[in-house]
Design a protein around this ligand. Structure first.
Ligand SMILES: [Zn+2]
Length: 120
């Protein structure tokens, strides 16, 4: 950007040396257009940098939200796992055992890990 600016400055100092008024006027017009364009480009570059910075913050925010969401999902999953287990008291030794609900339904004879007697 600085390079373009200094090129325009050099051009302007050359235009000052033009003796023909018509050419001088024409080149002054061209130079002012270039000046305007370079100012516009500079403005766009600054805006782009600001936007990039904002995007970075947005990206960080989204990452935080994603982390929170995944945490919640895994908590829900934990709840589901807990629901799948049933608390059963062994009629042989009176100890509490957690058994999968599906195993309780299908299997009539589950041995107690403490006393080896069938729990149900
Ligand atoms: Zn038992």
């Amino acid at each position: 950007m600085k390079e373009i600016k200094s090129k325009i400055d050099r051009l302007n100092s050359k235009i000052l040396k033009i003796e023909d008024d018509n050419y001088k006027e024409l080149f002054n017009e061209v130079s002012s257009v270039l000046d305007g364009l370079s100012a516009k480009v500079h403005e766009i570059m600054v805006n782009e940098a600001v936007l990039a910075e904002n995007l970075k913050y947005l990206d960080d925010d989204i990452s935080d939200i994603q982390e929170e969401l995944f945490e919640e999902v895994s908590l829900e999953e934990l709840d589901e796992i807990e629901e799948e287990f049933k608390e059963v008291t062994c009629k042989g030794c009176g100890k509490t055992i957690y058994i999968e609900a599906s195993a309780l339904k299908e299997n009539k004879g589950i041995p107690c890990p403490y006393c080896d007697e069938n729990i149900i």
